[in-house]
Design a protein around this ligand. Sequence first.
Ligand code: ACO
Length: 338
Amino acid sequence: MTQRRDFKGVGIIGTGSYVPEKVITNFDLEKIVETSDEWIRARTGIKERRILDTDKGSSFMAIEAAKKALENAKISPEDIDMIIVATVTPDMMFPSTACLVQESLKCKNAAAFDLEAACSGFLYGLSVAYSFVSSGIYKNILLIGADALSRITDWTDRNTCVLFGDGAGAAIISEVPEGKGVLGLDLGADGEGKNLLKLVAGGSLMPATEKTVKNRLHYIYMEGNEVFKFAVRKMEEISLKIIEKSKLKLEDIDYLVPHQANMRIIESARKKLKLAENKVYVNLEDYGNMSSASIPVALDEAVRKNKIKDNDVILLIGFGGGLTWGAMVIRWYSKGRF
Ligand code: ACO
C-alpha cells in the first residue's frame, strides 16, 4: 500500500457506453401483456427499450462500454489498477463479472470485483473508486454499470415488464487538475424498504428449485407505487442535501444526470433544483430503466453530445432497491478528450 499523496482532484477522465441493437417498443409489449403505448408513455415516459441477445451476458455489454471508455481516456488496459462492475445481473454467481472484463480486456494489473447496490450501483461504485484514488492507493479505476434486466423481468407482469431495458456504461476514475473532479458525494440506504423491490430466489436463502421457478420467484418483484413515492421524496431530498454538503448553491449546478426510472420522478427532481428542461439529460424514452447502467450511459451520451463541457458542475443522483440512494457533484474535466 502506498501512502496518501498530495493529489489534486479526483474525477472522470473517460466515458463509454453500449446498448444492444434489439429494440422492443411499447407496441411490441401491447402484444404480450394488457397494456398500451399511451399508458406506458403517460405513466413513465418510456417508448422503447434495448434487449441483449440471449447468448450473451452482462459482461459482453460491460466490455464494449469499457473499451470505449479506455479509448476516450486515452489510457491502455495495463494502466488500470482496479475494475469495479456494478450489477444485479452478473453473468454468473461467481467468478465476478469484473474478472471476466479483466480477462477480456487484458487489464493484467487490475484487481477486480462486483458491487451490488441495485440502481444506485454506479454511484456507490464511483464513491468507492473516488476513495481509492483520493487515498493514493490506486491511480486508475475502471468502473462499469452493466445490467441485463431483461433476464430477471417477468414478461407476463405488466406492472414491471414495461419499465426495464439492458445496457452498460463505463467511466475511468483518475487524478484531474486541482479544482476539478468530485466536489461532494453522499450515499444512503434504508433496509426497512427491502421488500418493496426484490428478487428473492437463487440466493443462499432460497436456492433455485422447481418450486421457485414455478412460483416465478426468479423475477423482479416491485411495489411500484411505494417505490415511486420513495423515489420522488429521496431524489428531491438528496439533490438539496448534496448541494449543501458540497458548499454550493442551487444556481451552481449546470447539469443534472439522474437515474432514468420514470419521467415523473426526474421532473420532480428537476423542479426542486430549479433547472431548465435542457439542463437535464433524459434518455429513458429510448432505453427504459437500465438499473446501474442508466446513469453512466446517460453521462456518456451527454458528454459525447457536448451537453456537458469542461468546468461544468454536474449532479448525478439515483435510487434503487435496498432501498439505496446516492448523489455526487463533479466539476467536469474534459480537456483534450474530444
Ligand atoms: N399498463 C396498463 N396498466 C398498468 C400497467 C401497464 N403496464 N402497469 C400497471 N397498470 C395499472 C395497475 O394495475 C393499476 O390498475 P388498478 O388501478 O386497476 O389497480 C393502475 O395501472 C395504476 O397503477 P399504479 O401503480 O398506481 O400506477 P403508477 O402511477 O404508480 O405507475 C409505475 C406505475 C410506472 C410502476 C410507477 O409506480 C413507478 O414508476 N414506480 C417506480 C418504479 C421504479 O423506479 N423502480 C425502480 C426499480 S429499479 C431497480 O432497483 C431494479
